[in-house]
Structure formats: C-alpha cells, structure tokens
Write a protein that binds this ligand. Structure first.
Ligand code: NAD
Length: 268
C-alpha cells in the first residue's frame, strides 16, 4: 500500500453488498489511509451488509436517498461534522432503472419508470454536486467520481434506458466539472467501467453473455470491481490533480477494439 489517501476525507455512495464497486472502493480507500462516511438509500440498509463494511473500515453510515435534497444536505453537513472538516473525495456509485427491473423493452418505456430511473441514476449526480458546491464542502484539489458505462456512446440494446441515463450523467460531470474547477479547484470525472458482476450489473438482460463477450473483446480482459477500486483511488489521490471533466474508460481496452481474434474465431 502507498498511503495515497492519508489525511483525506470523503463520502462513498452505493455500497450494497460485498460485490458492489463502492464496497471494494471503500476497502481500498481505507487501506490507503482515507477516512469516509458510507451512505446508501434507507431501503438498502435492511440488507445489513453495509454495517459489516462500516465496522471493517471504521466508518459511520448516514442513510440518504440520493434523489432527495434534504437527505443530501443532512448527509453532507453530518459527514463534515463526523470527519472534522471539508471533504477531499466523493464517489457516486448509484444506478437503477425501473424499466429494466420490470423487463419493459426500450421501445415500450413507461415514462413514470423512465423518470424515476433517470432521477436515481443521473440527476442524483447533479443533486450531489449541487449540495457539495453550495455548502462549499470540498477542499481545493478534491475529487468527485461517478461510475458509468459505454452504452452512453454506443448502443447495447438490453442496457435499455440506462444508456440515456449514463449519457446524462457523463454530461453532468463535464458541466459541473467546469464550475467546480473554476470556482473551487475540484475535479469531476466519470469512470466508464467494464461489465461487472454486481446486483446492478446482473439486472441487465443476458448479462452472462454480455460480460463474456466484453472479456473476449478486451485485450487486457474485463476490469474487475477490485481493479475499479484501484483506479478510483488514483483519481482521489494527489497524483491526478489536473484530470477533470473526463469520461475515463476503464475496460481493458474494449472501447478502442474493433474486433479481437477470439471473437473472429467464433465466426470462422
Ligand atoms: N456492474 C456493472 O456492470 C457496471 C458497469 C459500468 C458501470 N456500473 C455502474 O457502477 C455503479 C455501481 O453499481 P454496482 O455495479 O456496484 O451495483 P450495486 O447494485 O452494488 O450498486 C448500485 C447502488 O445504487 C444504490 N441506490 C439505488 N437507488 C438509490 C437511491 N435512491 N439513493 C442512493 N443510492 C441508491 C443501491 O442501493 C446500490 O448500493 C452504478 O452507477 C452502475 O451503473 C456498473
């Protein structure tokens, strides 16, 4: 370990169970000396696993629905009290589509579901940024990261309306990144992660085929949740202070590969 986050404080959204990208990240941040508050939607608390993670990492949990501004205000204020000052890092690791959950095809979207999924998966990132910005809650050279997927750029039919949500999320990172950079010297980026076997990931129809295909297409193979945790630590560290407003592919090379020999062989 490198002590990359020694003395740094933050908030980690989205640790649901041990497979969650946020859980792996929390453990890595802890190993690197960072201190944080864990948060998730009040319903996610019932699963109990976030409590184990909190014990393991010496963290407190503050429940917050990331679509609710009052919850977010309370979270940010209390996190600063608990951690003893402004924050250096924030991870937004949140996603959910009601249309996907209900197996409703993209061409038949129910728009009440669409709006709910967009609020949870995309607008919540704007809300988190706004509460941090308004409360002047970030230290200079702090880092805010959200997780996304390449369906924002290219079509993956069963990713459904999450593709639109991710496109919006990535745009918020650029737009808020401008203001956070100019006014507060804070970075805002998205990490575009390989398909990863988590609760959210496995909700996508045909996920096992999807993940195997991505692995066969990527020269380095799929990036795991653990790999993503490592990459996120680097973005929270002082070694990436001038990286902002970027969508950063973390996918073993998938996004720049036209085709791989493994995939060609299956068609030959
Ligand atoms: N798993 C993949 O294949 C993959 C690939 C690329 C990007 N991502 C993204 O990574 C992020 C984390 O997902 P994951 O794969 O670790 O799955 P996960 O299911 O473990 O995490 C999703 C989290 O979102 C939380 N959440 C849902 N509604 C919420 C709300 N209203 N308020 C606060 N939190 C809420 C859930 O409780 C859960 O902890 C998501 O943004 C996801 O889209 C995942």
């Amino acid at each position: 370990m490198y002590n990359l986050l020694k003395g740094k404080k933050g908030i980690i959204f989205g640790a649901l169970d041990e497979n969650s990208i946020a859980s792996k990240t929390a453990e890595r941040v802890h190993e690197e000396g960072g201190k944080f508050v864990l948060t998730n939607a009040p319903v996610a608390m019932r699963m109990g696993q976030i409590k184990n993670l909190a014990e393991k990492t010496g963290s407190e949990i503050i429940p917050a629905d990331a679509t609710n501004m009052e919850d977010l205000e309370n979270l940010v204020t209390k996190a600063m009290e608990i951690l003893g000052g402004k924050l250096d890092f924030v991870l937004h690791s949140i996603g959910m589509s009601v249309n996907v959950r209900k197996n409703i095809p993209y061409t038949e979207s129910n728009y009440v579901n669409t709006e709910k999924g967009w609020d949870v998966s995309a607008l919540s990132f704007h809300k988190v940024c706004q509460v941090l910005y308004r409360n002047d809650a970030m230290n200079e050279w702090g880092s805010i990261v959200a997780l996304t997927y390449m369906a924002a750029q290219r079509t993956f039919p069963d990713y459904n309306d999450m593709a639109d949500n991710k496109a919006y999320l990535e745009s918020v990172a650029r737009s808020f990144g401008y203001f956070f950079g100019k006014d507060k010297k804070v970075r805002v980026n998205t990490i575009s992660q390989s398909p990863t076997p988590t609760t959210a990931g496995q909700g996508v129809k045909g996920f096992s085929g999807f993940i195997a295909y991505a692995d066969a297409m990527s020269p380095l193979g799929n990036a795991s949740a653990q790999d993503c945790a490592d990459y996120t630590v680097s973005l929270f560290s002082d070694l990436t202070r001038k990286v902002t407003m970027q969508n950063l592919y973390h996918d073993g090379g998938f996004s720049n590969t036209g085709v791989s020999n493994e995939v060609i062989q299956r068609f030959s």
